[in-house]
Design a protein around this ligand. Structure first.
Ligand SMILES: *Cc1c(COP(=O)(O)O)cnc(C)c1O
Length: 237
């Protein structure tokens, strides 16, 4: 193992310990799934993480994700797309993505459905898991993306009715400057309402390096952890 792999192993162990402790503290039997967010870090790091047992990775830019995924196909990783996505990129994303966690509007769901139709005909791939990204911002100020809670029901219908797409659940990023507990409690309520109409859409993707404990407490089934495992990201160029 090289020095970087040892560093990743150590940080991964620390994050896993935090997840285990938070799961215990929440009285939950099931640990959430860990998605390691590898954006801005090289494909070599993704390979090191795979060697450490990681199966799920997250990326937020199509160009970067498609290049990494194409170079690492033999690792059998599940790629989760977690960034803002233009509809015209849908065709590219469905070539490698196991899930798109940032579906925030019907037009994107339609574009993904259309791309999946073709991908399933050509390669017979599995359904694409779709998470509805929900905005938890109360005001129009700082905005981290996502559908308004009032629009979740309709968006869920457009995903659930599209062949090739599977409605997995909800995803959110806690707003800056607010208590993450409040945000994730709100998300849990939105998830409960969604499940009344779509009982299978039980996934809650919430929790990043800074707030994973709060997310676990409020029922996260998927955590998206980047910097606490890979270190700080180089500034966006
Ligand atoms: C970058 C990113 C993460 C990971 O955040 P860290 O603070 O580095 O753990 C999680 N979710 C989304 C949507 C992201 O863009």
């Amino acid at each position: 193992m090289d020095e970087r792999a040892l560093q990743l192993q150590e940080r991964l162990a620390a994050v896993r310990a935090r997840i285990a402790a938070a799961t215990l503290a929440a009285g939950r039997a099931d640990e959430p799934r860990l998605i390691v967010v590898t954006k801005f870090h090289p494909a070599a790091d993704v390979a090191r993480l795979a060697a450490l047992g990681i199966r799920d990775v997250g990326e937020n830019r199509d160009q970067e994700a498609s290049a990494k995924a194409a170079g690492l196909t033999e690792l059998g990783l599940r790629w989760h797309f977690i960034g803002q996505l233009q509809s015209k990129k849908a065709k590219s994303v469905v070539k490698y993505a196991h899930s798109v966690q940032s579906v925030d509007r019907p037009q994107l769901a339609e574009a993904l459905a259309k791309a999946m139709l073709r991908a399933q005909q050509e390669e017979g791939r599995d359904e694409l898991e779709c998470f509805i990204q929900v905005s938890l911002d109360d005001d129009a100020g700082e905005h981290r993306g996502g559908a308004a809670p009032a629009d979740v029901g309709q968006l869920a219908e457009s995903i659930a009715s599209a062949p090739g797409l599977r409605l997995a659940g909800v995803m959110a990023v806690a707003p800056l400057g607010a208590r993450p507990e409040e945000a994730f409690e709100k998300l849990a309520g939105i998830s409960a309402a969604l499940r009344e109409a779509h009982p299978g859409a039980a996934a809650i993707s919430a929790g990043m390096s800074q707030d994973l404990e709060a997310a676990v407490r409020f029922g996260a089934t998927h955590l998206r952890i980047g910097s606490d495992i890979l270190g700080s990201r180089p500034p966006v160029g």
